[in-house]
Every structure is written in structure tokens, then in C-alpha cells.
Design a protein around this ligand. Structure first.
Ligand code: FEO
Length: 171
């Protein structure tokens, strides 16, 4: 079983992960509209991963006897101005998500809900990678002084990103 409080927080996080997918897909659309198809691929893969993050929460809530709720997903801010603008918004968003995961972990610790802590540890680790990826994009583009050549080089690299379904240890 799971407490009502944690069930509700997990359902909220499921929605937040779907929001992330929505947000990143909107970024993919912006890159597609600018013919930067490598970055469009990178962000499409990112959106697919976010849907996995959401689905894993849904599965967990059901496994521990909770109800999966499907809350309304808000529209993302889609006023993008440049690749750097998108990378910075990605990092800011992931930092926000890290805070949400930390709040969830804190609540599970307060309740001595060890199985939920174990489940959430995957997300704690994942957030390290998510922030690292976004910072990496920013730093790389900075090295090229935000140049067009740098953007094109990174776009070609981003084309190689391949989707692999997230795998989580079972509880
Ligand atoms: Fe689901 Fe980007 O963290």
C-alpha cells in the first residue's frame, strides 16, 4: 500500500513528466521549423524518455495499490528564440524537476516508505544525467561562441541520439 499523500504526489509527478514530454516535443518542433533536424531528433528522443518516466510512475502507483490519475497537462511556453535559449530553458526545467523529485524523496523518507524511496532513487540518479546533458549542450555552444558553425556541428552530432527505453530495477 501507499499513503494518500504519496499517491497524490506521484500522480502529480506523472503529470509533470508528461508535461516534460510535451515541452520537449515543442522544442523539437521549433528545431524542425529551423531545419535543424539533428536537434529535432535529440528533443524527440528526450520527449520519448519523458513519457517512459511518466509511465513508470503510473506502473508503480498501480503496483502498490494506488490509483493512477490523469491530471490536465498545461501548455508549455513555446516562445523560443535560439538554440541557446532552448538549451537554457532545458537546464532550468530539469533543475525544477530535480527539486520535485527531491520533494517526493523527502516525503517518502518522512513516512519511512522504503519501497517508494527505492523506486525514486532511479529518478534521483536520472536527474544527474538530465542536468548534465543540458549543461553539456550549453557549454559546447559557448565554446563555439554561439556560432552558426558550432550549431551546425552540434546539430550533426545530435542526429545520432537513439531512443532506448528506460529500464528500472523492480521493487
Ligand atoms: Fe523526467 Fe527530464 O526528467
Amino acid at each position: 500500500m501507499i499513503s494518500k499523500k504519496l499517491e497524490s504526489m506521484l500522480n502529480e509527478q506523472m503529470k509533470n513528466e508528461f508535461f516534460s514530454a510535451y515541452f520537449y516535443l515543442s522544442m523539437a518542433a521549433w528545431f524542425t521549423s529551423k531545419n535543424l533536424n539533428g536537434f529535432a531528433n535529440w528533443y524527440t528522443v528526450q520527449a520519448q524518455e519523458e513519457r517512459d518516466h511518466a509511465k513508470m510512475i503510473m506502473d508503480y502507483v498501480l503496483r502498490v495499490g494506488g490509483n493512477a490519475e490523469f491530471l490536465a497537462i498545461e501548455a508549455p511556453d513555446t516562445n523560443f528564440t535560439s538554440p541557446m535559449d532552448i538549451f537554457e530553458k532545458t537546464l532550468a526545467h530539469e533543475q525544477k524537476v530535480t527539486g520535485m523529485i527531491n520533494d517526493l524523496m523527502g516525503a517518502a523518507m518522512d513516512e519511512r516508505d522504503f519501497k517508494t524511496q527505492h523506486f525514486l532513487q532511479w529518478y534521483v540518479n536520472e536527474q544527474v544525467e538530465e542536468e548534465e546533458n543540458a549543461s553539456g549542450l550549453i557549454e559546447k555552444l559557448r565554446i563555439s561562441n554561439n556560432s552558426e558553425a558550432g550549431i551546425l556541428y552540434m546539430d550533426a552530432e545530435a542526429a545520432a541520439r537513439v531512443y532506448t527505453p528506460a529500464v528500472q530495477a523492480t521493487t
